[in-house]
Design a protein around this ligand. Structure first.
Ligand code: DGL
Length: 257
């Protein structure tokens, strides 16, 4: 039993899509969410830069005495997960990878699309996973242009969002794919638009949030660090940006519940 919080980290607001899954799955666990905000978006940055941001973020969460860290960011995971695990070998650190494996196992057409940031799609980790699970399957790599910026601007429910999604998703219609993987934690916030464009096409959307929450639940059990039954969880929100951004994270989180 362990009452300490689980730390959840992302470049910005996107990791709240993982935070929401954790709230549902491990609802008596306290959570400390760190949305960098100052250096977001990470997607076009170098591996070295992202690794530096991720080290500072996890360091900050460790100072808060977290018992586990969930890197709720595919981009930071592909860049830095190995470095983070080397630096904190005794703490469970869960990473997020685009759900290539389930999509490859489920595809009937032998063709899938992975939507993610530029960095994630060109990372060694992604290429390794794709090589491993996607032999004989064609993987279309698609960058969600402007998606992260839209979510960061809280502009999901605007014509800008609708247009950006149409620009990226419409070309996938008729491409022969039957699965689209949301490989960035910001993208689930645009899921409604994505599904609207895909409706009637027979293309399914696959997201990793729920699978990660299940993995966290399993690790809590395995390390024997679950919060006790009946624990009243607390929620804290941190950022490297300013107080206004911190409040935006908190507000968005509350809206998700
Ligand atoms: N939410 C992040 C991800 O899952 C990164 C977005 C960004 O900062 O570019 O990849």
């Amino acid at each position: 039993m362990d009452c300490r919080s689980i730390g959840v980290y992302d470049s910005g607001l996107g990791g709240l899509s993982v935070w929401r899954e954790l709230r549902h799955r491990v609802s008596n666990e306290s959570l400390i969410y760190l949305g960098d905000g100052k250096n977001c978006p990470y997607g076009g940055r170098t591996r070295e830069q992202i690794t530096g941001f991720a080290l500072s973020a996890v360091e900050r969460l460790v100072k808060e005495d977290v018992k586990m860290v969930v890197v709720g960011c595919n981009t930071a995971t592909t860049a830095a997960i190995e470095t983070l695990r080397e630096r904190w070998p005794d703490m469970p650190i869960v990473g997020l990878e685009p759900a290539v494996k389930p999509a490859c196992l489920a595809t009937q057409t032998g063709r899938i699309a992975v939507l993610a940031t530029e960095h994630s799609l060109s990372s060694d980790m992604f290429l390794r996973t794709a090589r491993h699970y996607a032999s004989g399957i064609e993987v279309l790599k698609v960058v969600g242009r402007d998606f992260v910026e839209i979510v960061e601007a809280n502009a999901e429910h605007t014509p800008r969002a609708e247009m950006a999604v149409r620009r990226v998703i419409e070309p996938l219609l008729g491409s022969g794919i039957d699965k689209v993987v949301l490989g960035c934690t910001h993208y689930p916030f645009l899921r409604e638009h994505i599904e609207r464009v895909l409706s009637g096409s027979g293309i399914d959307v696959i997201d990793s949030g729920e699978a990660v929450a299940r993995r966290v639940e399993w690790l809590l059990e395995r390390y024997d660090i679950k919060a006790p039954e009946g624990n009243t969880p607390t929620f804290k929100f941190l950022t490297f940006a300013d107080e206004e951004y911190r409040k935006r994270i908190e507000y968005k989180a509350k809206q998700l519940l």
